[in-house]
Design a binder for this molecule. Structure first.
Ligand SMILES: [Zn+2]
Length: 432
């Protein structure tokens, strides 16, 4: 599925990094590392030339919120289809979420997941990092062994899918975070609100209670209050969906608290008024909210209050995603459409090229502590890059998606950009 080239040049490309844009560059790669970046030139020596004319080369993405469904949920995604979807979307590293079967709450389950992932990692070249749960079996009652899991190599702790309700458990994991340096990822949601969609036409039509922004914002406010006692901990808000959350994070950052925040592509693109009542791919947790919320998330991403984009890629088999919004599982896939959403926002004039790279690659790489390998393109570093046609504008089609599950709410949308090829060290993956 790939070519391996010991020595190659990506010729006459437009280079995007978080530092700026350079046109007409050649990027020369030897044994997987960038050895030179210079104005385009002619080559006499035997070197493989890859023509990058008219294309953009940018750092491959890092996605810190992906449900790879490993171990135990191969009816939703397999290691192969999940990592292939990442590759196809221009993503070179992912953080997998622990709400699996069994839950990733011990070193033994970490080992099982890593074993299941390793073959697909070798084949695709995409790195899959693991996060572990905050509480045993995601039950919100007993803490896991944070030290042992950190020592094994998990990159974060999260009960994603449910919010951690008990204050003392948040304090316990903040204490552990201060020692291990690993971030605590909160799915901020106080239970009991009884809603599946935020206020909007489809929510009214199906007659369910609205899922209020307060369910999210109140938990973030509680967490920030506790966090003030643990200045060495790291707290991260997963998939922020509400204006109130952005305001809380902005205020906490002004006060110097160790907080970061992410947004999912669907919350940047849609509002509750866009929901197709016959397509439960539009049911996700947290839900799509108002235009006012979407605008706060867009502006937050632009000004850095929202640190980066993460997909919350959540594949589900068709039987879990019936047309009934009340009973369908939460989640949309997103690995294959995330960069295209960002490029569409670039096309609209919201994001600059450096903004796109910052929130798709650089910041999430720094967040996961993998910035020595991912997030930029520079001489002396291994090359992890996507070669992208930023001029294309195509409708997302189900048959083009590599993820095993097709519950992607962007199907039918015209999005900018097309990942033409991926470079992962000495490997060259060419797509159509
Ligand atoms: Zn979540």
């Amino acid at each position: 599925m790939y070519h391996a080239y010991p020595h190659y040049v990506i010729k006459n490309v437009e280079l995007w990094t978080a530092e700026g844009v350079e046109k007409g560059r050649d990027v020369e790669v030897h044994e997987g590392r960038v050895v030179s970046i210079h104005p385009t030139a002619e080559y006499a020596s035997p070197v493989t030339i890859i023509d990058g004319s008219g294309l953009v080369l940018m750092p491959a993405g890092v996605d810190p919120q992906v449900h790879l469904r490993v171990p135990g949920q191969e009816q939703k995604e397999t290691p192969g289809t999940g990592l292939l979807a990442a590759l196809r979307g221009g993503v070179a590293a992912v953080l997998s979420m622990p709400n699996t079967k069994p839950v990733i709450d011990s070193v033994d389950v970490c080992k099982l997941a890593a074993l299941e992932l390793c073959e697909a990692e070798k084949l695709t070249g995409v790195r899959a990092y693991l996060s572990a749960s905050i509480t045993r079996d995601l039950k919100g009652q007993e803490p896991v062994d944070y030290q042992a899991l950190a020592q094994w190599g998990v990159k974060a702790f999260t009960d994603d899918g449910v919010g951690v309700v008990k204050d003392e458990l948040m304090e316990a994991v903040f204490q552990a975070s201060a020692v291990t340096g690993l971030p605590v990822l909160q799915h901020a949601e106080y239970p009991g609100h009884g809603g599946v969609l935020a206020a909007g036409p489809v929510q009214e039509k199906i007659g369910s209670k609205p899922y209020p922004a307060a369910a999210e914002a109140d938990m973030v406010a509680r967490d920030l209050k506790l966090l003030a006692r643990y200045p060495k901990a790291r707290y991260h808000v997963l998939h922020a969906s509400a204006l109130e959350t952005v305001e809380l994070v902005a205020d906490a950052k002004r006060r110097g608290l160790p907080v970061t925040c992410e947004v999912s592509p669907h919350h940047l693109w849609f509002t509750s008024a866009d929901i197709d009542e016959h397509n439960s791919a539009f049911k996700m947790n947290p839900p799509l909210r108002s235009a006012r919320d979407r605008e706060a998330l867009r502006q937050g991403l632009k000004n850095g209050i929202v640190d980066f984009v993460a997909t919350d890629h959540a594949p589900h088999e068709p039987t879990a995603k019936s047309e009934n919004f009340k009973t369908a599982a939460f989640g949309t896939t997103g690995l294959e459409t995330s960069l295209r959403v960002l490029l569409s926002l670039w096309k609209e004039g919201l994001l600059s090229p450096t903004d796109v790279v910052r929130c798709f690659a650089k910041k999430p790489a720094e967040f996961l502590g993998i910035a020595d390998e991912f997030g930029t393109i520079a001489t002396g570093r291994p090359l992890k890059a996507a070669l992208v046609n930023t001029n294309s504008q195509d409708v997302v089609r189900e048959e083009d998606l590599f993820s095993l599950s097709k519950n992607n709410c962007f199907i039918g949308q015209a999005l900018t950009g097309h990942v033409h090829a991926m470079f992962l060290n000495d490997r060259f993956y060419l797509f159509s």
